[in-house]
Design a protein around this ligand. Structure first.
Ligand code: HEM
Length: 421
């Protein structure tokens, strides 16, 4: 799977190239930088003349996430616009029995006690995509030659979803997931989904639905699909929703995180030095994984996947009660809880601009906090370790004289070089 030559028209509409892309990227970068400066002075602020409150302080961001009843997610507007039925976890506003059951099922089907299997499957998927040993100075694209194709292989082998193997469909599937993810995280509320987003949604959903229907009526299901089918209470619509949610939660988000971490390691020699300390003598030497993971999380903290996460305020409320940063939230306000700024809050982190993988685990918001905390956190960690260990062991560097290319908020092309491979 190489960099796609023929992108689907709905993808080009969602992520245009040229000046539009350039200005879009500039805006995202500028917003991120401004938020990380503002958090030094203000822990929350209202954009004047709007109903938008931006929350930057670490403690306040955590408070917004933990008061899920006062500040629910707005994503049901998006699942409604897409007619995604039954809607998956992230759009559920209440911590009710239905949400708890769905979350429990998701953990049972996809994650619980399965990380050793996932490690083995992931390592094989990533190793198979490295340029072959002995190819002098092999160059390759970290996103389209390595990360995305390995992700699809993990979906085949661990999820048990037999995705088509032809390049156009593989590309189309990844592109569709990027479009839908951009739709979910781009704006807080959506009354309607634009045509190109609906097309992308139908494309991805159809691929999953066809396979779920097949497995539901035939024996031989494997991996997560077999565990899901064994739960007889789950019909085709439920299963499609689970697999679509866990694919959408996986590919764009982990892909984005991979791109950010690649960039941090390439830009900061201290980060790469730390990483090199924590890989052992073989691709499957996992003795130093806890330390390596802390380097990857610190790299992500320094270059987070998005400025923040959306929440709403159906009723008026006070944020930061009892603290010296109390703020009035009005009924109908939208909140941007900036995980990116929160992880740069000097009240939480000494010298937030320093690369320090020995920071406390509790200083990270990479996977959110409390209700909606990433249901795939251990899968994401497992996959990242298996992906980065072989690259770091082979001393991967950025291909000289190249820069990362982006499409909107997503890493697009990041060329790497394996010196003396
Ligand atoms: C490094 C990669 C990842 C990062 C940084 C990440 C980050 C996050 C964050 C911040 C949230 C909370 C969203 C919110 O509170 O509004 C979340 C939720 C979620 N993530 Fe992840 N994620 C990653 C990988 C994954 C993977 C691999 C999966 C699935 C296999 C996944 C599935 C989900 C789902 C389904 C939710 C919604 C959970 C709920 O609402 O209860 N994520 N993720």
């Amino acid at each position: 799977m190489a960099l796609p030559a023929n992108l689907p028209p709905w993808f080009k509409k969602a992520f245009p190239t040229g000046l539009k892309n350039w200005f879009g990227r500039l805006l995202i970068c500028v917003i991120g930088r401004i938020l990380r400066i503002i958090v030094r002075f203000w822990k929350s602020f209202r954009i004047p003349g709007t109903r938008l409150v931006v929350v930057t302080g670490f403690d306040l961001v955590q408070e917004v996430f933990s008061r899920w009843d006062a500040f629910p997610v707005p994503h049901d507007s998006k699942t409604d616009a897409l007619r995604w039925e039954p809607p998956f976890l992230l759009s559920r506003r209440d911590l009710n029995d239905e949400y708890v059951a769905m979350r429990g099922n998701t953990r049972e089907i996809f994650a619980e006690g399965l990380m050793e299997d996932l490690s083995a499957i992931s390592l094989q998927a990533f190793q198979a995509r490295l340029p072959s040993a002995g190819v002098d100075g092999a160059d390759f694209d970290l996103m389209w030659d390595y990360t995305y194709p390995a992700f699809l292989q993990i979906i085949r082998n661990f999820y048990g979803l037999n995705l088509p193997e032809d390049e156009d469909t593989e590309t189309g599937f990844v592109c569709a997931l990027l479009v839908i993810s951009g739709f979910f995280f781009g704006k807080a509320h959506r009354a309607e989904a634009p045509q190109h987003v609906l097309q992308a949604y139908r494309y991805a959903r159809n691929i999953i639905e066809v396979r779920v229907e097949h497995w539901k009526t035939n024996t031989g299901a494997q991996g997560a699909m077999a565990r899901a089918v064994a739960k007889n209470a789950l019909g085709v619509d439920d299963l499609t929703s689970y697999f679509l949610g866990m694919t959408l939660g996986f590919v764009p988000t982990s892909g984005n995180a991979h791109g950010r971490i690649f960039d941090t390691l390439f830009k900061r020699t201290d980060a790469m030095e730390w990483a090199r300390r924590y890989v052992g003598g073989a691709d499957d030497d996992r003795a130093l994984d806890a330390e390596l993971l802390s380097v990857l999380h610190e790299s992500l903290r320094m270059n987070y996947i998005l400025p923040g996460l959306w929440r709403t305020a159906p009723q008026s409320a006070r944020l930061g009660r009892g603290l010296d940063v109390e703020r009035e939230i009005r009924a109908g306000d939208t909140l941007l809880a900036s995980t990116m700024a929160g992880m740069y809050d000097p009240a939480r982190h000494d010298e937030p601009r320093q690369f320090r993988p020995d920071r406390s685990y509790w200083g990270y918001l990479n996977f959110g906090h409390q209700m909606h905390y990433c249901v795939g956190w251990d899968m994401a960690n497992t996959i990242m370790l298996e992906s980065f260990r072989p690259l770091i062991r082979r001393n991967f560097i950025r291909k000289p004289h190249t820069r990362s290319k982006w499409r909107g908020e997503f890493p697009w092309v990041i060329k790497a070089h394996l010196p003396g491979n």
